[in-house]
Design a protein around this ligand. Structure first.
Ligand code: NAD
Ligand code: UDP
Length: 310
């Protein structure tokens, strides 16, 4: 049994991670400030004596003894991370400093939930880990993208300077049950709109692409990375290379829900990346990992979830 800290553990991904770690017989401490996460996401875990839920903001130091830290605290949806951009970058940078300081003091292994956003609007396609990215320092997405880039730098610096045992994964767009219905990300938006018979809102012409992975695949990759061989720090891409346009996604959601919703086109947000596809050769080699759940199956499970809560 390991004692494991999950920051942002009451969020979409964090709640799945806490659940999986508890199921594997670990003791889990979840810290969260409930900005985008909710007690509801972890309420089913509260009866477990090996689960502890703590209201705490990662911009403040936190002291505890444990074996591993998963650092997930940070709003991930553009509408949420742009709501208070200064707080977003503080969460990434000060959160990383506080958690790395903790890892250093107690000798814990620490994993950072980085993101494909560090590639920005990529000039190289698909994206490999050695691509440095194409990111605007001044745009509406910068608080998130540059915060996550700085966090990666801090992780590598703590590793080189203080020998902290780090692991960095770059998560590509992930979807699944427990996404907030008002989250604003594309999969939840399209499914909720389709189920309610509202217009499906495509931003721009819908030709921009993404490569979405189902949450269970990500959690598997994340845990494999945390327990990967000594000395392998990453960064490593964890995503599903199946790439599709947002128009194709809208049509697929309409098809799977049998909805009568119409597609409408709204203005494209500034700096919206035009394409995104992970090269996952490194994850295959180092983690023996690749996604197992393809889009249609994952969407069906997610649609069932949203049907149950709407
Ligand atoms: P989410 O918004 O559902 O979860 C983030 C959690 O962090 C929430 O519970 C929120 O309340 C908490 N939080 C935010 N600021 C905090 C702070 N200052 N102190 C403590 N807790 C704080 O988002 P998610 O999709 O679950 O993403 C989790 C992590 O994975 C994030 O770091 C995100 O950047 C990263 N990520 C997610 C995706 C994705 O597609 N879901 C892709 C790439 C990276
Ligand atoms: N998008 C869209 N309609 C929506 C929400 C998002 O067309 O209702 C588009 C958005 O412009 C982007 C893509 O879907 O091109 C993915 O957006 P999301 O916010 O889910 O993730 P990110 O842009 O951070 O990859």
């Amino acid at each position: 049994m390991k004692k494991i800290l999950v920051t942002g553990g009451a969020g979409f991904l964090g709640s799945h991670l806490c659940e999986r770690l508890l199921n594997e017989g670990n003791e889990v401490i979840c810290i969260d400030n409930f900005f985008t996460g909710s007690k509801k996401n972890v309420v089913h875990l509260l009866d477990n004596p090996y689960f502890e839920l703590v209201r705490h903001d990662v911009t403040m130091p936190y002291f505890v003894e444990l074996d591993q830290i998963y650092n997930l605290a940070c709003p991930a949806s553009p509408i949420h991370y742009q709501y208070n951009p200064i707080k977003t970058i503080k969460t990434s940078v000060m959160g990383a400093i506080n958690m790395l300081g903790l890892a250093k003091r107690i000798g814990a292994r620490i994993l950072q939930a980085s993101t494909s956003e560090i590639y920005g609007d990529p000039a190289v396609h698909p994206q490999k880990e050695d691509y440095w990215g194409n990111v605007n320092t001044w745009g509406p997405r910068s608080c998130y993208d540059e915060g996550k880039r700085s966090a990666e730098t801090l992780f590598m610096d703590y590793h080189m300077q203080n020998n902290v045992d780090i692991k960095v994964i770059r998560i590509f767009n992930t979807y699944g049950p427990r996404m907030h219905p008002g989250d604003g990300r594309v999969v939840s938006n399209f499914i909720v709109q389709a189920l309610k018979g509202e217009d499906i809102t495509i931003y721009g012409n819908g030709q921009q692409t993404r490569s979405f992975q189902y949450v269970d695949d990500l959690i598997e990759g994340m845990i494999r990375m945390m327990n990967s061989r000594d000395g392998f720090t990453g960064p490593v891409n964890v995503g599903n290379p199946y790439e599709f346009t947002m128009l194709e996604l809208a049509e697929k959601v309409i098809d799977l829900t049998g909805s009568k919703s119409k597609i409408v086109h709204l203005e494209i947000p500034k700096d919206d990346p035009t394409r995104r596809q992970p090269d996952i050769s490194l994850a295959k080699k180092e983690l023996d990992w690749e996604p197992k759940i393809q889009l249609e199956e994952g969407l069906r499970k997610t649609i069932e979830y949203f049907k149950s809560i709407i």
